[in-house]
Unconditional design. Sequence first.
Length: 239
Amino acid sequence: SYVLKNSHGVTLASGGEFDSEQTTTFTANEDGLCGTTPCDIEPTVLTLTLTTDNYGAETSWDLLDDNEIVRHSVPSGTYGNAQTYSENLDVCACQDYTFRIKDTFGDGICCGYGSGSYVLKNSHGVTLASGGEFDSEQTTTFTANEDGLCGTTPCDIEPTVLTLTLTTDNYGAETSWDLLDDNEIVRHSVPSGTYGNAQTYSENLDVCACQDYTFRIKDTFGDGICCGYGSGSYVLKNS
């Protein structure tokens, strides 16, 4: 395999599975914004952590802006089997993006042939997209939100950070959750198919101090996360 990155660690070209030739055209983009309109606020960096299943070469992904232009991508044939990779992705803070992950065989990256997963976070460690259990493709549209408030009314008092600590039961992929504001808008979420079995996870959630929120956790099988099949639990704390 091969990978070509700029000085920020952003992948410009990568691959390995081809016939006689493989070509990639790219911009030697040092801030993620060359040739585009400058960021309205500022550039920022997202971090993608991806663990492949037992057929890593089937996995590919891309990150598209709100004009459906691909800003970052990794093609199929790049990744090895059952390996963990980390990518830094330069984007504009408070702009909308879509993360799209694909599997050429159509069985996702979890859980038939290994426990693959992915999580995309902003520079504060807030999860923007995550998953692993899908068929041919999974997409998530999000705002590259550096303070949890981009595109919304500013906090009346100030922003603050909550911490969620969640331990899954023996069927972690069944668990999902979301955090809604008082207008029932989802501010943070993790879909089913993201978590592993009997593992503990920690999430930082940017919110507005002194505003009302609803935390909602779900289990697709309908038996919660404790105590029939493991001792799952969760706790949400303020700063």
